[in-house]
Structure formats: structure tokens, C-alpha cells
Design a protein around this ligand. Structure first.
Ligand code: PBG
Length: 333
């Protein structure tokens, strides 16, 4: 960064003057974090229990549709604008092509309707990908050991339509197939759903930090191999710009960079280059790491949570998808 002026030298310049009191620190803060910056991811399930703990994510529960509706009411009361839904469906519903992903009476449509009944003013975003519904745990259709792109697009468009038709405000493709934003946008337009947002996981990396999530949604036990033929290589940054440009040209309204803290450079690059609403996802592994440190007394949650979320705002994110959302919103309140 080049300076537009030569700063004064010590002792005239004393940067500590602007840090000397809480009021002046507040006055000169370059970024703010409020509950309106947060999206709360909810893991929902079709099992008999109302709430089922997720071992690798202390404090996170798989919720029944009824409990998801209660969480949405809580989100609304905390000033959180949106929840994001991720499903754990019974293994008996899973097959090679993820048929259950586009069941109009499936778990996600049920949850959308329950949430919209209980808290209509809350935004609902859904994950568009097949991994939670396939018996092989991949986000696309598997043929002869390969994830096939174009046949997957039809499945994703159908899934997105079912979500939007059930009342989802935003669909968020997280599968990383080529051309999926266009396929989804066309399906929505063709069905009179032109107001549904597409918030695209445009830059999503093949990451070890998704581990606890795959336990939460029940895809880790079946996942064969890795997702490196469709999710991005963590060695790359320039490629994120091409992915984002493509998704915007296909009709995405907003973007997600995922994971979060290890990819702050990408959040910065994307938000500064495109100036389109960009969200960061503080993913399950980041959450689990921090919870493990809190449980051991190695980090102070009250300080570390807000600091980590603030980092995303500083990097240029419009907001953050975080499992800490309700806890953080309560700390702000
Ligand atoms: C895949 C999907 C993933 C997450 C949400 N949707 C990652 C993956 O399994 O590849 C990760 C979320 C998290 O780790 O918190 N459709």
C-alpha cells in the first residue's frame, strides 16, 4: 500500500493517542461487527430426537424441523438476518444420484416451511449439493469412478427449484460443478422464481477443515476418495477470481469464500476485485479447533470468537457464516 502522505515522525506522531481510551478506540474503529453480519448454519435431521449432539462440534446439535423453527425464532430475536440449512438424512434414503435431494416433501422443504411459519421475517438459505443424499458422499453424480459434471447440473437445478418453491429465500450451490449457477438460474426463471437469491460458493477449496461437518451431516462414513476433482486446490488464489467471474456472469447475486480464516487472503482479493456482497464461511473445522482450545482453557471464548469474526469484516467480507453466530450475537447484545 502506498501512503498518500509522509506520516509525521516520533515524537509528533504517537499512534497510541488514538488507542488511549475506549471512547477513542470506538470512534476510530475502521470496521464494525453486528448481529446483522451473521448467518447461522443449522444442521437439521430426520431422526426421532429433537436435538442430537454432534461429537466433533461441541455446542452444535442436529435439529428436528420443529427445533430448527425454534432456532430461527432465536436468530430473529438476536438480530441475525438469516439461517442456512444443512441436512442429515437417514442412510436408507441415500442412493447413487441423490434422489432424495429433490423430494418436495423431504427434510429441507419441511424445515423451510416450519421456519417460515414460525419466523417469516428470517431469511432462509439452503445448501445445493448432492453429498448429503448420495451413498458415496460426493456432491455430484458418480459414474465409473468419476464425478460427472453435466448430468449433475440437472439434479442441482431440480434441487434448487424444490428449495425455492418451498420458500427458501436464497439457494447456495456448494458443489463446485461448472455451470451450476446458470443451470439453477434458468430453472428458477423458467418456474417464476426470479426473486430467489443465488448465493454461490464460488471459491470453495478442497479442505481438511470440513471434517466435523461431514460427521454432522453423516457423509464422512460413506465418502470414497476426496473432492479434489471439483473443489479448488489450496495452492491457488488467481483461480478464485476466475471462478467468481464465471458465477457472476451466470447470475449469482452474492458470493461465499470457504473455508474462512485460513483463506482470508481470498476474501480480501474477491471482495476488493468484484465489490459484490461476499460472505466468508467459518467452517466446522475452524469451529471445532476453537472449541477444543476453549474446553482446555487455552483460549478465552469471549475474546477469541469476536476477534475471529471481526477479522472477516476487516478483510472485506459483508458477513460471516458461523456456528458461533448465536453466541457471538449474545456477546454483542
Ligand atoms: C458440501 C458442503 C460442505 C460444507 C457444507 N456443504 C463441505 C464438504 O463436505 O465438501 C462444509 C461446512 C463446514 O465444514 O462447516 N456440499
Amino acid at each position: 500500500m502506498t501512503m498518500p502522505f509522509q506520516p509525521a515522525a516520533f515524537p509528533y506522531a504517537r499512534p497510541r493517542r488514538l488507542r488511549s481510551q475506549p471512547w477513542v478506540r470506538r470512534l476510530v474503529a475502521e470496521t464494525t461487527l453486528t448481529p446483522a453480519d451473521l448467518i447461522w448454519p443449522l444442521i437439521v435431521h430426520d431422526g426421532p430426537e429433537d436435538r442430537q449432539p454432534v461429537a466433533s462440534m461441541p455446542g452444535v446439535f442436529r435439529l428436528s424441523p420443529k427445533e430448527a423453527a425454534k432456532a430461527a425464532v432465536e436468530a430473529r430475536d438476536l438480530g441475525i438476518p438469516m439461517v442456512a440449512l444443512f441436512p442429515n438424512v437417514n442412510d436408507s434414503l441415500k442412493d447413487a444420484v441423490g434422489t432424495a435431494a429433490s423430494d418436495p416433501d423431504g427434510l429441507i422443504p419441511d424445515c423451510i416451511r416450519a421456519i417460515k411459519d414460525a419466523a417469516p421475517e428470517i431469511g432462509v438459505m439452503t445448501d445445493v449439493a448432492l453429498d448429503c443424499y448420495t451413498d458415496h458422499g460426493h456432491d455430484g453424480v458418480l459414474e465409473n469412478g468419476r464425478i460427472v459434471n453435466d448430468p449433475t447440473l440437472e439434479r442441482l437445478a431440480e434441487q434448487a427449484f424444490i428449495h425455492a418453491h418451498a420458500g427458501a429465500d436464497a439457494v447456495a450451490p456448494s458443489d463446485m460443478m461448472d455451470g451450476r449457477v446458470q443451470a439453477i438460474r434458468e430453472a428458477l426463471e423458467a418456474n417464476g422464481l426470479s426473486d430467489t437469491l443465488i448465493i454461490s460458493y464460488a471459491a470453495k477449496y478442497a479442505s481438511a477443515f470440513y471434517g466435523p461437518y461431514r460427521d454432522a451431516v453423516g457423509s464422512s462414513k460413506s465418502l470414497t476418495g476426496d473432492k479434489k476433482t471439483y473443489q479448488m486446490d489450496f495452492a491457488n488464489a488467481e483461480e478464485a477470481l476466475r471462478e467468481v467471474a464465471m458465477d457472476l456472469s451466470e447470475g449469482a447475486d452474492a458470493l461465499i469464500v470457504k473455508p474462512g480464516l485460513p483463506y482470508l487472503d481470498i476474501v480480501r482479493l474477491v471482495s476488493q476485485t468484484f465489490k459484490v456482497p461476499t460472505f466468508a464461511y467459518q467452517v466446522s473445522g475452524e469451529y471445532a479447533m476453537m472449541q477444543a482450545a476453549f474446553a482446555n482453557g487455552w483460549l478465552d471464548p469471549d475474546r477469541a470468537i469476536l476477534e475471529s469474526l471481526h477479522a472477516f469484516k476487516r478483510a472485506g467480507a459483508s458477513g460471516v457464516i458461523s456456528y458461533f453466530a448465536p453466541q457471538a450475537a449474545r456477546m454483542m447484545g
